[in-house]
Design a protein around this ligand. Structure first.
Ligand code: FSO
Ligand code: SF4
Length: 429
């Protein structure tokens, strides 16, 4: 444990073995877990609020949850687990709120091929999660020759009809959040960081980068009140990008777009042509052990279908996985908050096959890096999903006590680092 939130803290620096107040290490870790999960919920809640969607029950839970972690309030190891599951419920609610906000504002996503690479013309790269920011920018560049490119978690924007309709929305540059320094340096474009996942800017592009709203970087200009005029002037002054050979990736699978194929999916499952569904998604990071997810997806049997979401997809979304009689094997359902889409698809499969969630041939493999993934994990646990896998390393706040609960109650399994061995176990070979 590590806690230095009150003046009683050990040696004036931090309680690390046990709390001077009597707080036990597992209580401290569960409090940390609750705070991390609430940070994730707050991120989604904020984006929903920006689009005019509010839920007083979500706000009330955030207030109660934070209060619970105050010094000398809650020392119960069991109540904090119950609160984590309550946070999971709120996480489901907030993802639903945000999805409804996105669909109301921009329509239900449809699968779309997105051009990857630089095209002729001045450019603006937009990264982060905030679709409203992208929309406002697209309105303001209308009628110019500026190409607007998505980066990282902004890719799913292309699937929304209300955003895809803008001609200036040209394509995608780069992959997950952690490649931004390489990508922003390489392309002589104006850059807008709309939410989390910005890294301190390099001098090579600092002058042409802007952040907005909650995102802030030292020495980087900001966009205020959705006024992108300075960004647009910057892009114009930089001139055209050097065109590259283009590739494509597909995004935009909504629950509705997948459920349209329900009868075909049922037929393929009953004929033994689809043996299992996977959800492989979550955060990505540059570390070598995250390559596990590419190896994992690449080696899944050809009769499996994989739903993916969040920036973890960039480890494998360039793979040609083909289709099973017209059903693509890799379906990108969106941002990390679009875990709710995977949940909706799972519920639809339950109805289709008259099965309970844990009876479905469905395995979830979650990669985690930061706190939104904690919110997603507890959401799935709240829904009662068992037999999930998590990696590439376990959340550091999970001590043996917490892990015993997660393994004992939910059979949550840490990924082994050996993708082939894990696939064999999952497929029961
Ligand atoms: Fe991932 Fe994290 Fe959504 Fe980032 S949860 S790493 S680009 O924050 O956002 O998928
Ligand atoms: Fe230590 Fe308890 Fe104070 Fe935390 S709240 S610093 S564990 S005495």
């Amino acid at each position: 444990m590590f806690c230095y939130q009150c003046s009683q803290t050990a040696k004036g620096t931090g309680c690390t073995v046990s709390g001077v107040c009597g707080k036990k290490p597992t209580v401290a870790r569960l409090q940390d877990n609750l705070i991390f999960t609430m940070k994730g919920i707050s991120a989604y809640n904020y984006n929903a609020n920006v689009l005019g969607k509010n839920d007083p029950e979500i706000d009330a839970f955030l207030t109660k949850g934070l209060y619970t972690t105050l010094t000398n309030v809650n020392f119960d190891v069991e109540d904090l687990v119950a609160l984590a599951l309550e946070a999971g419920k709120v996480s489901v609610d907030v993802m639903r709120l945000l999805k409804d906000a996105h669909i109301e504002a921009y329509g239900e996503p449809q699968p779309v091929e997105v051009k990857v690479g630089a095209q002729e013309g001045p450019a603006i790269i937009v990264t982060g999660h905030d679709l409203k920011a992208l929309e406002e920018l697209l309105k303001q560049v209308e009628g110019t020759d500026i190409k607007v490119y998505t980066h990282s978690e902004m890719l799913p924007a292309h699937g929304y009809p209300g955003l895809n309709k803008y001609e200036n929305l040209a394509g995608q540059l780069g992959g997950a959040w952690h490649d931004q320094r390489t990508v922003f340096k390489k392309y002589n474009a104006a850059i807008v960081g709309t939410s989390n996942c910005v890294l301190p800017a390099l001098d090579a592009y600092k002058e042409r980068m802007f952040t907005m709203d909650v995102a802030k970087l030292e020495g980087v200009k900001t966009v205020d009140d959705y006024d992108f005029s300075e960004v647009i002037e910057c892009a114009k002054s930089l001139g055209s990008l050097e065109p590259e050979e283009l590739t494509t990736i597909t995004t935009g699978w909504s629950a509705g777009a997948i459920v349209e194929h329900a009868e075909k999916i049922k037929e393929l499952v009953l004929d033994g042509k689809i043996s299992r569904f996977f959800v492989v998604g979550g955060c990505d990071k540059a570390a070598k052990h995250n390559d596990y997810y590419r190896e994992f997806v690449q080696n899944l049997p050809e009769d499996t279908v994989i739903l993916t979401l969040a920036c973890g997809k960039y480890k494998f979304n360039d793979l040609e996985l083909g289709d099973i009689e017209g059903i693509p094997r890799l379906l990108d359902v969106g941002q990390c908050n679009d875990t709710i889409v995977a949940v909706d698809v799972a519920v639809a499969l339950c109805e289709l096959f008259d099965m309970e969630l844990n009876e479905l041939p469905l395995t979830i493999v979650l990669s985690w890096m930061e706190q939104k993934a904690a919110a997603v994990l507890w959401a799935l646990l709240y829904l009662g999903k068992t037999d999930m896998w998590i990696g590439p390393v376990l959340p550091a706040w999970c001590n043996d006590d917490i892990l015993n609960v997660l393994v004992g109650n939910y059979n949550l399994t840490p990924t082994s680092g050996d993708a082939l061995a894990d696939i064999k176990k999952i497929m029961g070979e």
